[in-house]
Design a protein around this ligand. Structure first.
Ligand SMILES: [Zn+2]
Length: 295
């Protein structure tokens, strides 16, 4: 209800975006003056040089045919639902005319979910690979039955799991895995892996390395149980929310959404998550349907 009150009109949405676009107040991009008025098309006009600025120009909302009130509702719906929403679901909830519109906006939102300069994982971190996607279960190996190889890293906390990172990888070679580890996990952390040769020698790169030996496990005990949990939750999410209709070429964006949801699952303020994504949206370059579709 609070949301409905805040964003009833286009003007309210624009004013909200303006706060994030000009955190320290409007400044004319041409002459640097700070005084302006708003014309009847919602453009900001510099009082001195008459420069016209659209708040949405150069942002993810650039030239959108949908009203901002609808886009805001779509984003709110995506953030507020525990497991997110499919394009079909969003189309139904908002009464959108086309599936394509819903699909495109969800993809635009996913591009906002990786924050620049985010902290790497640290502490005790399990790392392993899994196969994702495809309709049938296939043989191990890249591309088997339309499956993609995904590497998962998850922090192990005293109780349960911490943050995760997921990435599609071309292979499980030492080179590929080392690159992922260096990009996503702080040096000095303890990596827990299985005995796969791709992880051999990682201790020389500034990490502690613990190898879980399958043969020493007790009956029913799993190697890397946290990874298995994340992998099965991910697959269930793709099957459940999205019925697996995601298209391989888009999987990395779904991994970003999954990571965003997992790492913020304990956040009590959905409103704050919405705000963080809007902040991202005003600095994000516009994304057109064509560029998403032609991937
Ligand atoms: Zn000016």
């Amino acid at each position: 209800m609070e949301f409905e009150k805040m964003f009833t009109t286009e003007e309210q949405c624009l004013a909200y975006l303006q706060e994030f676009r000009f955190p320290s107040g409007y400044t004319c991009r041409k002459c640097g003056h700070k005084e302006y008025w708003v014309n009847n098309r919602g453009l900001l006009i510099c009082k001195y040089c008459k420069d016209e600025l659209s708040i949405t120009a150069g942002t993810i909302f650039h030239r959108s045919k949908l009203p901002l009130t609808t886009i805001f509702r779509a984003l709110w719906w995506m953030v507020a639902q525990k497991n997110g929403v499919s394009a079909v679901g969003l189309q139904r909830v908002l009464g959108l005319g086309s599936y394509r519109t819903a699909w495109t906006w969800l993809h635009k939102f996913r591009r906002l979910m990786v924050f620049p300069g985010r902290d790497k994982l640290s502490g005790n971190v399990e790392v392993d690979e899994t196969l994702v996607g495809g309709k049938k279960s296939g043989k191990r190996g890249r591309g088997a039955e339309g499956k993609l190889l995904v590497v998962i890293a998850v922090e192990i906390m005293e109780k349960g799991t911490g943050r995760v990172r997921l990435s599609i990888i071309p292979d499980a070679s030492k080179r590929t895995l080392t690159k992922f580890i260096k990009e996503n996990i702080e040096e000095g952390s303890t990596l827990i892996t299985d005995g796969w040769k791709g992880y051999v020698g990682i201790s020389e790169k500034g990490y502690e390395h613990v190898i879980e030996d399958k043969t020493k496990m007790m009956d029913g005990q799993e190697v890397l149980p946290n990874i298995h949990r994340i992998a099965s939750l991910l697959k269930r999410w793709l099957l459940g929310t999205h019925q697996n209709f995601i298209g391989e070429q888009y999987l990395s964006y779904y991994l970003d959404e999954y990571t965003f949801r997992h790492n913020r699952r304990k956040s009590h303020s959905r409103g704050l998550l919405f705000q963080r994504l809007i902040e991202q949206a005003v600095i994000h370059v516009p994304v057109e349907y064509k560029s998403i579709k032609s991937m």
